[in-house]
Design a protein around this ligand. Sequence first.
Ligand SMILES: Nc1nc2c(ncn2[C@@H]2O[C@H](COP(=O)(O)OP(=O)(O)OP(=O)(O)O)[C@@H](O)[C@H]2O)c(=O)[nH]1
Ligand SMILES: [Mg+2]
Length: 423
Amino acid sequence: MIDSVLIQITSGSGGDGAISGRHEKFVPRGGPDGGDGGRGGNVVIVGDHNENTLINFRYEKNFAAGNGENGAKAKKHGKNGDDVVIRVPVGTQILNEDGRVIADILSTGEEYIGAPGGRGGYGNVKYSSSTSQYPVIAQAGEEGLKKSLRLELKLIADVGIIGVPNAGKSSLITFLTAARPKIANYPFTTIDPVLGIVEHRDKDFVMVDIPGLIEGAHKGVGLGHEFLRHIERTKVLIHLVDGTSEDPSGDFRKINRELEMFNEALIGKPQILAINKVDLDEVRILAEDIRDAMGQSGWRFHIVSAVSGEGIGPMMDEVVQVLSELPNTIPSKLSFEATEENIAILRPEPKRRGVSISHENGVFIVQAPGVERIAQRIDYEDWLARMQFYKHMQKTGVVKALEEAGISEGDTVRIGNVEWEWD
Ligand SMILES: Nc1nc2c(ncn2[C@@H]2O[C@H](COP(=O)(O)OP(=O)(O)OP(=O)(O)O)[C@@H](O)[C@H]2O)c(=O)[nH]1
Ligand SMILES: [Mg+2]
């Protein structure tokens, strides 16, 4: 089961604003006419119930949205870049590079913008004003973002079937649903969780057959982590005990210990305990004793056969009953406790805004994203352009910030990738 993958995404860069038009006065139909650049495409991740695994991402890991086109003369707006849409199964969590969950796709159509496209730059038309009717400045497009994201699938199902290998989990889901996992008389037959829809007494719900768990699963033994992850997002567990096992009650306790050690919340889930294979006499004569050996009262207890169907009806009645008593929400957030820290990271990352000045080796470095994008496009040979740029820096507070930082004539200023002497 491929249920954790790393992908690289890149959103599109915005197109540059155009510098166009006549700048002489008294020219008929003259004036600035450079259009804005188009927006870069977004990388969008969207839930789709037709997807069941993340296997496609094993082969395709890089996703890049289209760049916005540059603006052009005659006020022509550049075309926006194409979005790229990544379809993922419902139940996919999106993690950032340091392993924090940043989004949780819980339904079909639910979208998360993994990387927003860069804004298009303004064309020179936008910089005309009463004092500057012939602007020769414009803005470069904002660059796209590049990042790595981890996708992790945590299936969402109402009921999970757990138990040791060979207990009969796949036989049970086969009996109850249209799912047809492989069934065989050896452990670890099932290696991928299998989903099926159960219809019982006018109710339908999703059931998942989780591959066999063994001692050490919480430490990852036998792919334990992968399987335990899926249990997090179920509401009710059917804990199937192999009646032919040498130590059924020991198996039962072992599995519960693994659940608890992986995530304490798992052991708090309602469990319906079922001793399986009662169609065999060796199990039938022992069933009550096995139940007594389990000790703990309070567990709902059934004796069933996944092959003959004996006892399955009453067990499913109980499942429906327990489900109806639970709130109708997906227990999706169990895996990350709602601490202040976690809540903070679920907020979208802020865009860099405002002006800041730093001082390094005698150079004044201006950080002001919007203004940097104009600096990038200035023709520094053109006195008019420099003049207009200076005015723009005045309006946007850059000049004031530089003065407050103690700049004086002859000092060097750097903004984006350009440097000049302050005068
Ligand atoms: N007699 C009898 N045999 C059963 C019953 N349920 C399952 N079996 C048999 O037990 C063996 C294991 O069944 P599976 O359904 O593959 O068990 P599982 O729990 O899915 O096993 P893993 O996928 O390996 O974890 C198969 O040979 C089944 O035919 C039952 O109720 N009665
Ligand atoms: Mg199986």
